[in-house]
Ligand binder design. Structure first.
Ligand SMILES: [Zn+2]
Length: 421
């Protein structure tokens, strides 16, 4: 990481400390912000005015200002995040399709579009994604807004310093300089020059829950993505845990039973071999072969309707046994995540969650049983806020996450910190 222009960096750090504080404590006055950040009142005045001018913050109307003004002089003006002027683009590059959303500063989806991708060749995918991004930028929903940056979630391990996608087995990509390819694809259009953030899709989904959840968000937060693949995004100490090579959170390939079924990675008994959607589908259908398709929608469509209804599944012994076994293994994986990270909350997301309590019920029960035996309170387990848009909305959240943390931003983009234009 190279950082130039210390005074500019300092200013960015201070500005974004103000934004983070207002998010935590909406309605803060300038005096509150000075107290909370340790900055002088004159610095706070300067920074808040800039942030208001740029669309990050807005002053709230005060009720009955006349009365307060008469009794106590000029009343403090509460500040909050401005929901109306900035936009953040999030892209989910999946298996055979891409979803592009734009959100506001608090995670409201302003526009969304999903399109099939005709190819898996990286350059061509980047060109198609660039076209989708440019179409969203031109949409009515964004016409009056300033777009701050673009986040991209991909189903693989990412080296965030170089923007290289290390390995995405489901798409068949290895060591692809995806951030550079996307920059090149966007270079001639309206998105040229916007900050671009590339990250693993479970990681950005975790950021979506972290940035767009309750302002007093609890952490560590683990987002467990359940689909054809199984992966986790982990937020600890206010940042993503990505690991040495970007492989942190690849919990689908933690071994739950060394004598278990064969996994796509070649080992036996990985979590994915029990709770990956293909494995669950195989178990429910009672066949010897894994389904040919790895497309989550097709896999879900091949399941009997009773699988999606816990009461009906309960009355069918074979169906119940298959879902219960998968659920028990999901509970085992959550127990392992609990032991490894002691999370305050585990968020379950991804298409497999559409099975609902048929699968998640036994998983929760197993985790609670472990907790009871240990005499401990288990982490809160809840489902993702943004459903099928979890990756795309999370990618938009990644833009906010890095923008308001200038040091991470520099590391993430492999660039010097520059004053925003
Ligand atoms: Zn495996």
């Amino acid at each position: 990481m190279s950082i130039t222009g210390d005074h500019r960096l300092l200013k960015r750090l201070n500005r974004m400390a103000v934004v983070r504080r207002v998010r935590q404590a909406p309605g803060s006055s300038r005096a509150d912000l000075a107290n909370a950040t340790g900055l002088t009142k004159s610095t706070i005045s300067l920074l808040t005015q800039e942030l208001i001018d740029e669309g990050w913050l807005v002053e709230l109307e005060i009720e009955s200002p006349g009365l307060q003004a008469r009794s106590t002089g000029r009343p403090p003006t509460p500040l909050t995040l401005d929901e109306h002027r900035l936009a953040f683009i999030g892209v989910d590059i999946g298996l055979g399709s891409a979803t592009v959303v734009a959100t506001n500063l608090v995670g409201k989806v302003l526009t969304e579009h999903t399109a099939r991708l005709d190819t898996t060749a990286p350059e061509q995918v980047c060109r198609e994604v660039a076209t989708l991004i440019e179409a969203r930028l031109a949409s009515e929903a964004l016409r009056q807004r300033t777009t701050v940056g673009i986040g991209i979630g991909v189903p693989g391990a990412v080296d965030e310093r170089t923007g290289v996608l290390r390995f995405a087995p489901n798409i068949g990509w290895k060591d692809v300089a995806l951030r550079d390819l996307l920059r090149a694809a966007l270079a001639a259009g309206p998105a040229a020059g916007l900050p671009l953030y590339l990250q693993n899709d479970a990681d950005v989904a975790a950021l979506g829950e972290f940035e767009f959840g309750d302002p007093q968000v609890l952490e560590p937060l683990v987002f467990l993505g359940l689909g054809t693949g199984v992966g986790a995004g982990i937020v600890v100490n206010d940042r993503l845990l990505t690991g040495w090579g970007g492989f942190a959170g690849e919990v689908g390939h933690t071994v739950l039973d060394a004598a278990g079924p064969l996994c796509s990675c070649g080992r036996r008994g990985c979590a994915e071999a029990f709770i990956g959607l293909a494995a669950v589908t195989q178990a429910v259908l009672g066949t010897d072969q894994l389904p040919r398709t790895r497309d989550p929608s097709a896999l879900l469509q091949s399941l009997p309707p009773a699988a999606f209804d816990a009461d009906r599944a309960h009355r069918d012994p074979a169906l119940r046994a298959a879902l219960d076994r998968a659920g028990q293994h999901l509970g085992l994986l959550m127990q392992n995540l609990w032991a490894a990270f002691d999370p305050a909350v585990i968020v379950l997301g991804g298409p497999t969650c559409e099975l609902g309590d048929s699968l998640l019920g036994p998983a929760r029960e197993r985790l609670e049983r472990y907790a009871q035996e240990a005499g401990l309170q288990p982490p809160t387990v809840r489902q993702a806020r943004f459903g099928r848009l979890a990756h795309a909305v999370g990618a938009a959240a990644a833009v906010i996450h890095y923008q308001v943390r200038p040091l991470s931003d520099a590391a993430m983009r492999g660039s010097a910190v520059a004053e925003p234009a």
